[in-house]
Design a protein around this ligand. Structure first.
Ligand code: AMP
Ligand code: MG
Length: 491
């Protein structure tokens, strides 16, 4: 990858954009050059000044009216080289050739500290990969991605981020005409398991090898394992980062909803906030997506589906793991075999945090699972139950005999009560973007053009570990009788 010239803030053109386009320098099979389609009335309705600052963008020059044409795709930032990326993916298990059908990568912003982030428009009009789709996005789902991705970031979970939402002034046609919008997504990259799957399915081993090298340099520059075998190093790195990521989802009750292999990023970030939702009541079978009839992507299935996706990744890498496929196969199998144990290690670490445990004891896994069983049987709210867990008393759904075991376990470790409570507060979130609140906020925003409720919720989920000053409705479980929400893909 070529180096980027040193930043010179005085002469930075166009509000601090400093693009390098390493992906667009890869061979033609990796992407298609494509321009965003201009829209009639661009208007920025949401902007993330903190993220803009972190990216090195000049926020004053990016004042909302002048930014509208950039964030709606009417005008390209200086240095942009817009492309749609090619990829494939297993959608609900079935291999499909895909590509950015409604997203365009503008380029890679290099921050003042030298970090590199994809700047991608979601909903900027058709690309060569759109097939029969319109390449557009509706306002509601783009606001939803903005809100939930920023909530995940505040929860401390690796995720793509959201820089802006611009409305287009044009309708998009779904079941009914809806206001159109473009989201500016910021990601460590958009390289997916599905990108590898594409080249593997095409038998394009040269591209596969190039992609391995590009991805390894970009996301795992410090890996020292297997210097002679970059594909194996990449596979092991991805297995570890996904084990960590999924454990974090389980910690906060996040259901991704569409864990197709095209929605698993090699950066280790959560990506593609379509039908995702957070559980209220603890339930491993919880499914929110309208099209997930079999519960493939249910809350409790996420670790095993991640393992399945990583097995597809390992398979795709076979041609570059070893010149002799008979020797490549056991390398892939051995790496994949390690995923469940790696996941369990991260999950236990996260769940011990939720219980205020500092040390490791053999009985911890049973202690955790027995609490989860009690929550399931009591139809208890996951977030609220953990946040209100306290050594002084067993309240609500917490069975007294379990509470005794837990406090006995706490007494085995030397940490003070304050340290225990501090650790619990750092692992048990007070606020999650609860579905009924998200739906109400989006309803106000899209039907009444009123974003005040959205902004209140965004502010609440931006400090999720702190009750101070939080409106009570964001701390409480949904009112009794609130039906489980249904979420939708690709909307
Ligand atoms: P997703 O469910 O968002 O991961 O999308 C799966 C695939 O469908 C991706 O290749 C998208 O680019 C494509 N797609 C989804 N919605 C549209 C749309 N409105 N127009 C064109 N392509 C789309
Ligand atoms: Mg996707």
């Amino acid at each position: 990858m070529s180096s980027v010239p040193a930043p010179d803030s005085a002469s930075r053109p166009g509000g601090g954009w400093r693009f390098d386009n390493s992906y667009a320098r890869l061979p033609a099979a990796f992407f298609s050059r494509v321009q965003p389609t201009p829209v009639s009335h661009p208007r920025v309705v949401l902007f993330n000044p903190t993220l803009a600052n972190a990216l090195g963008l000049d926020v004053t020059n990016l004042s909302l009216p002048s930014a509208a044409s950039v964030f709606a795709g009417n005008e390209l930032p200086p240095g942009a080289d817009p492309i749609g990326q090619a990829y494939a993916g297993h959608q609900f298990g079935n291999l499909t050739r895909l590509g950015d059908g409604r997203a365009i990568l503008l380029g890679e912003q290099v921050t003042p500290s030298g970090a590199r982030f994809d700047i991608q428009l979601k909903g900027p009009g058709p690309t060569p990969y759109s097939r029969r789709g319109d390449g557009r996005a509706a306002l509601g789902p783009m606001l939803r991605e903005y809100l939930i991705s920023e909530a995940m970031h505040a929860l401390g979970i690796p995720t793509t981020r959201s820089l802006a939402v611009a409305t287009t002034g044009e309708p998009v046609f779904r079941d009914e005409p809806l206001p159109g919008a473009v989201l500016t997504r910021v990601a460590a990259s958009h390289i997916r398991v599905g990108t590898f799957v594409l080249f593997s399915a095409l038998g394009d081993v040269d591209s596969l090898r190039l992609l391995v090298e590009h991805t390894r340099q970009r996301h795992f520059p410090n890996l020292t394992q297997h210097p002679e075998n970059p594909a194996l190093a990449l596979l092991e790195g991805a297995i570890e980062s996904q084990a960590f990521l999924i454990a974090q989802w389980m910690r906060v009750g996040f259901v991704h909803g569409v864990m197709n292999t095209d929605n698993m990023a090699l950066s280790g970030e959560t990506i593609d906030y379509g039908p995702c939702a957070f559980i209220d009541t603890y339930d491993p079978d919880a499914v929110f997506s309208s099209i997930d009839h079999q519960g493939r992507y249910a809350f409790g299935n996420q670790p095993s589906i991640a393992g399945w996706n990583l097995a597809r990744f390992a398979e795709a890498l076979i041609p570059v793991l070893h010149p002799d496929s008979a020797q490549a196969l056991p390398l892939a199998q051995e790496a994949i075999r390690q995923f469940p144990a790696r996941f369990t290690r991260h999950w236990l670490e996260a769940m011990r945090g939720k219980l205020g445990l500092f040390s490791e004891e053999p009985g911890d896994e049973a202690l955790i699972n027995d609490l989860l069983t009690a929550l399931l049987e009591g139809r208890a709210d996951y977030t609220h139950s953990f946040r209100s867990l306290h050594p002084d008393q067993a309240s609500g759904p917490i069975p007294p005999d379990w509470h005794n075991r837990w406090t006995g376990r706490l007494r085995q470790q030397p940490q003070t009560r304050e340290a225990v409570l501090h650790r619990m507060r750092a692992h048990n979130t007070a606020v999650i973007p609860r579905n009924h609140e998200v739906e109400a906020a989006l309803d106000d925003a899209t039907r009444r053009a009123d974003l005040s409720r959205f902004h209140r919720l965004l502010q609440a989920v931006s400090q999720p570990y702190d009750e101070t000053g939080q409106p009570q409705e964001f701390l409480n479980p949904p009112p009794a009788g609130t039906p489980r929400c249904t979420t939708f893909c690709g909307t």
